[in-house]
Design a binder for this molecule. Structure first.
Ligand SMILES: [Mn+2]
Length: 305
């Protein structure tokens, strides 16, 4: 039986790294493994593939009798429609654990750490499996990208340990290249709306909320240039999707702080009250790097379904 590893539609670096490397891991374990993804991967993935000359080789579809392994997600709404739920045999993730996992008795490792890539890196290390240059690079940047270069609070010691282990394996990985990748990733083109990720209401809270996120090299400079555009997009999307509380978290990945741009007063008040920062002109700056995941976790606890 084929095993096919996949993630949510339009996967990010963590998802792609896991698909590629866990496929390698399973093959080294004698399994008939493949990976598949739907949509377009996030911009950073393209930058890293180019930089290190790595080619992906996914299978082109999911077959009705494929055994499915989900990585970097366990939310059934986010995955390709062609997946039959009963075919899911394993989950590797670091997001909130959904009820269906235990109801179906699916094998799952879901740890609240910075990156799911850490989990597969640990499996390679623990079992003494040779890891290819490609898998090591992808997993390293899976960890680095999900943890903002190990800076966000959700970063776990396990993430740090695996990032160090992977970096030591591949001399091509240098801090200079990592900075270059972050800078390149923060060059926003004409697809600002897409990059902002504000299209979807959070499904896990009782209020109508959406928080987007942008990762940029210099937030101050960036907002000088784009704040008007960002506000126009917030306005348009909130009307189109009927979202009351909307904001975008702009993370300065070089200087280590976030600026949050809020759509309206009620969004600013809510965020201000939940994480204790002050807004001026619907904009607030944090002292340290705060990720959307951390903020959303607090809001979900305040407004549970
Ligand atoms: Mn992830």
């Amino acid at each position: 039986m084929r095993k096919v590893i996949t993630s949510y539609i339009n996967p990010d670096m963590d998802g792609i790294a896991l698909m590629y490397s866990y496929c390698e891991y399973l093959r080294k374990n004698g399994e008939d493994a493949y990976y598949y993804f739907e949509g377009t991967y996030k911009k950073e993935v393209g930058i890293i593939l180019d930089k290190f000359n790595i080619t992906l080789n996914p299978t082109d579809k999911i077959l009705a009798d494929d055994e499915i392994i989900l990585v970097d997600t366990n939310y059934l709404e986010e995955i390709p429609k062609s997946i039959i739920k009963d075919n899911i045999v394993e989950v590797i993730d670091h997001h909130n654990r959904e009820k269906w996992i235990d109801e179906c008795g699916v094998k799952a490792q879901i740890d609240p750490i910075g990156a799911a890539s850490t989990i597969v890196a640990e499996r390679f290390k623990k079992n003494n499996f040779d890891i290819s240059r490609e898998s090591a690079i992808l997993l390293y940047y899976g960890v680095i990208s999900n943890t903002m270069n190990l800076k966000i609070k959700l970063t776990n010691q396990r993430d740090i340990d695996m990032a160090n282990w992977l970096k030591d394996l591949v001399p091509e990985i240098t801090d200079e290249i990592t900075t270059e990748i972050f800078v390149k990733k923060s060059e926003i083109g004409d697809n600002l709306r897409e990059e902002m990720e504000v299209e979807f209401k959070d499904q896990f809270m009782s209020i109508s909320w959406s928080m987007g996120q942008l990762e940029v090299a210099n937030v101050e400079e960036f907002l000088n240039k784009y704040e008007c555009d960002i506000r126009n997009i917030l306005d348009t999307v909130s009307k189109e999707k009927n979202v009351e509380y909307m904001s975008v978290n702009c993370m300065d990945i070089i200087n280590g702080y976030s600026s949050i741009v809020a759509l309206n007063d009620k969004t600013a008040e809510l965020i201000s009250k939940s994480i204790g920062i002050e807004f001026t002109d619907l904009k607030a700056k944090t002292n340290e790097l705060v990720s959307r995941k951390e903020i959303v976790k607090i809001i979900r606890n305040l407004y549970p379904l």
